[in-house]
Design a protein around this ligand. Structure first.
Ligand code: XIL
Length: 387
């Protein structure tokens, strides 16, 4: 047997064992103390604009059927309000007369309630995506009764759980006159007053809105203002006006947007951007707005960025988003919500409207849910203002 003093290799082994034990000790004790996170200047959209307005997105059913966990996580992180893109429209909610399908809407409401997200019901009365049976009704009495039943049944079911309802969607023509929908034709302008009245009776706490596109156009704006004044004169509750905000890189101008925000706010109601997206694709028919029934044949020329968006256009989009958000912030005492019509570019309706199967880039997140330059440029506004 050798004495350690005389055996350097045994001494070395002992030291090695001791340092191993010390290392283990350190690892166990430091496990809870996470290294500090790298400093990041960016916070989420909803946090950045918390003092200004709610920030939302339109969502589709993949979100609540758990088929889109990336989307669901992004919603929880970035947004504090959602609007279902399609599934609460008449054709889905009451596909047969008096037969209501609540399952999907119930799941949206559950998701929102659990995650403390303000839920916007879209919509109660609209001439598009209407159920076929409604279009076949010939008598005014029957149509009136069906409208009343539709509005009251749905609004009553979600009493207390809905932040706001798009009660009536797109009731105006471009010249500001009332659109000759089935409802106007058979029931006259009373259908507008009654729809708001029935919605209020069924859910007195929900905010009630009128929602439309091209709300920056002079004639249409006049029409919308008249419509709101008419409702106010009739003594029915209307809390806000929704500017859908399906816009382009240059149209409408910031000035037109600002004039409109001010004009609607003058009515004493809230102003909302309810379906914001910015198309980057050509539009040779000078088509503006969002008339969903207009659809055209495509061509390669009409789909110039099918592989990827050139940097120059991405930068232009980022600048456009920054400009309009600066304007929104300037008027945030009047604007209560800004909702994007979708989360990621790949799911945007603008890939299929007004021309089918194109590749558009209208939102803040790309097809893999990665934030785009436009996302960063919007957040920069708040960083700039705090530095
Ligand atoms: C669109 C949806 O995004 C599409 O998926 C659907 O095919 C047609 O409707 N104005 C509105 C929205 O109020 O409901 C529309 O949504 C877009 C225009």
């Amino acid at each position: 047997m050798f004495h350690m003093k005389n055996n350097p290799s045994a001494l070395f082994k002992k030291i090695k064992n001791l340092s191993f034990i010390a290392l283990l000790f350190l690892m166990v004790n430091c496990a809870d103390q996470k290294p500090p996170l790298p400093e990041t200047k960016e916070v989420s959209l909803k946090e950045s604009f918390a003092d200004n307005f709610l920030i939302g997105a339109a969502v589709n059913d993949a979100l609540i059927s758990l088929k889109d966990s990336l989307g669901a996580n992004l919603i929880k992180k970035e947004y504090n309000t959602i609007t279902p893109e399609n599934s609460m429209k008449w054709m889905y909610m009451e596909p047969q007369q008096g037969v209501f399908e609540f399952e999907t809407a119930d799941r949206y409401i559950d998701f929102s309630t659990k995650n403390n997200i303000a839920f916007i019901g879209h919509n109660l009365v609209w001439h598009s995506q209407l159920a076929e049976w409604v279009e076949k009704i010939t008598s005014a009495e029957e149509l009136n009764a069906s409208l009343k039943n539709h509005v009251q049944t749905i609004a009553a079911r979600y009493t207390g759980k809905i932040h706001g309802w798009d009660v009536v969607n797109e009731a105006l023509n471009e010249d500001g006159t009332l659109r000759n929908s089935l409802f106007l034709e058979k029931l006259g302008p009373d259908y507008l007053v009654n729809s708001f009245k029935w919605a209020e009776e069924a859910d007195p706490k929900a905010e009630l809105y009128y929602n439309d596109y091209n709300m920056t156009h002079v004639e249409k704006r006049k029409g919308a203002i008249e419509l709101v004044k008419m409702l106010q004169k009739e003594g029915v509750k209307i809390d806000g006006i929704g500017m859908q905000a399906h816009w382009g890189l240059e149209d409408p101008t910031l000035e037109q947007i600002e004039t409109s925000i001010l004009a609607y706010a003058d009515l004493g109601i809230k102003v909302m951007m309810t379906e914001l997206d910015i198309t980057v694709l050509p539009n040779p028919w000078d088509l503006e707005g969002a008339e969903v029934s207009q659809n055209f044949e495509g061509s390669e020329q009409m789909n110039p960025y099918s592989d990827q968006l050139p940097d120059s256009v991405a930068t232009q989009l980022a600048k456009r988003y920054k400009d309009i958000f600066e304007l929104f912030v300037k008027h945030s005492d009047k604007i209560s919500r800004v909702t994007f019509w979708g989360i990621n570019d790949g799911h945007s309706w603008l890939n299929n409207w007004p021309i089918e199967k194109r590749t558009n880039y209208p939102l803040l997140f790309d097809r893999s849910y990665q934030p785009k330059a436009a996302y960063h440029s919007v957040l920069e506004i708040k960083q700039d203002s705090t530095h």
